[in-house]
Write a protein that binds this ligand. Structure first.
Ligand code: ZN
Length: 347
């Protein structure tokens, strides 16, 4: 139980991403064709082998964008996923430098189709050099062994720069095949949503106050985008509601594991709140929370990090509470017709 609690809300070491092949050349095509091909790795929006990263990014973007009214703070959403050299194990770094030029800066491994960066013609494989004309600080510790906190700190620092580039539009300077391009990004605002996909056979999803972590082992068990959106929305909700701070405060005693008592009550309340806000975010974004909640019934047993925790309400109780919200919303997702916001559909 204690391990499950820790994986729920605290940062644990995320495995380094595995290396991926040299990006394919980017054939020109219509935006529609590119969008249709995007999750299959054929368009300019993602690198080969990064289909699941693209799926996560597309869904997270949609939830963050359409849920903006529910978030106390909003940030520009450029619709890209960056990968940094220090996010790889030492042995993999020379290959990443050769394939993607990660020694020059972070590379976009995913560009959300039809998102702001895609509209500015950013491509997967582009290396980011500057934000609004400000060069990125050099990446440090590139000869140190992989360290999750160090890798996260680097990613956070670049995200902070992106968030501060609040003037619309702002520019991204990128390196593409040894040529420099300056792209004008007109990014709408949305909820903060740094979602990381960790290569791991474990099945886990958790939030640490700023980031959401999902594992490939968990995603492999999901049946549809609604289930994935359910997991992302629930964890995003924990971050939006500041639950990590509650867990770290005196409200939850550190000696959990035997009798939780008052701590258990606090945790149950945070879980109910995350289910409520997660459901609202899904409805805003046009996902089906009830279809998504089937992931609880199917994986709610032994080894799904977020769901096994004993202090959750029973699955039937959680689904019943979600159904009340869906019914109050009119029983159907109202965001589904927002065709201009990428992220719905696909799988
Ligand atoms: Zn939770």
């Amino acid at each position: 139980m204690r391990a499950a609690f820790l994986s729920l809300l605290l940062v644990t070491a995320a495995p380094a991403a595995s290396p991926f092949p040299v990006p394919a050349s980017s054939p020109a095509g219509s935006t529609t064709e590119q969008a249709e091909a995007s999750d299959k790795g054929k368009g300019p929006f993602l690198l080969p082998g990064r289909e699941e990263d693209a799926r996560v990014a597309r869904i997270a973007f949609r939830l963050a964008r359409l849920g903006v009214a529910r978030c106390p703070t909003s940030v520009p959403l450029p619709g890209i996923v960056l990968q940094h050299l220090t996010q790889f194990e030492l042995a993999d770094r020379p290959g990443m430098i050769a394939a993607l030029g990660l020694d020059r800066g972070p590379a976009a491994i995913v560009v959300v189709p039809a998102g702001p960066a895609a509209q500015a013609r950013m491509q997967a494989g582009d290396v980011l050099l500057a934000i609004d004309g400000q060069p990125l600080p050099p990446e440090t510790g590139t000869s140190d062994p992989f360290s999750a906190p160090q890798a996260h700190a680097r990613a956070d620092r670049i995200h902070d720069m992106l968030e501060r580039a609040a003037a619309r539009p702002f520019t991204l300077t990128v390196l593409r095949r040894e040529a420099t391009h300056t792209l004008n990004i007109d990014a709408p605002r949305g909820c903060r949503s740094q979602v990381f996909l960790a290569r791991s056979d474990q099945r886990n999803a958790y939030a640490d106050g700023r980031h959401v972590f999902l594992t490939t082992g968990l995603i492999a068990r999901l049946r549809n985008d609604d289930e994935l959106a359910f997991l992302i929305a629930h964890e995003m909700a924990h971050n939006i509601l500041g639950h990590a701070a509650i867990m770290r405060s005196g409200a939850v005693r550190s000696g959990i594991g035997r009798t939780l008592g008052r701590s258990g009550k606090v945790i149950r309340e945070t879980e109910r709140a995350a289910d409520r806000l997660g459901t609202q975010l899904m409805l805003d974004a046009g996902f089906d929370p009830l279809t998504g909640s089937q992931v609880l019934q199917r994986l709610g047993g032994a080894d799904l990090g977020i769901a096994l925790f004993q202090e959750h309400d029973p699955v039937a109780t959680r689904v019943a509470a979600i159904r009340v919200l869906v019914d109050a919303h009119g029983g159907q997702a109202q965001g589904a017709q927002d065709q201009d916001v990428p992220g719905r559909g696909g799988h």
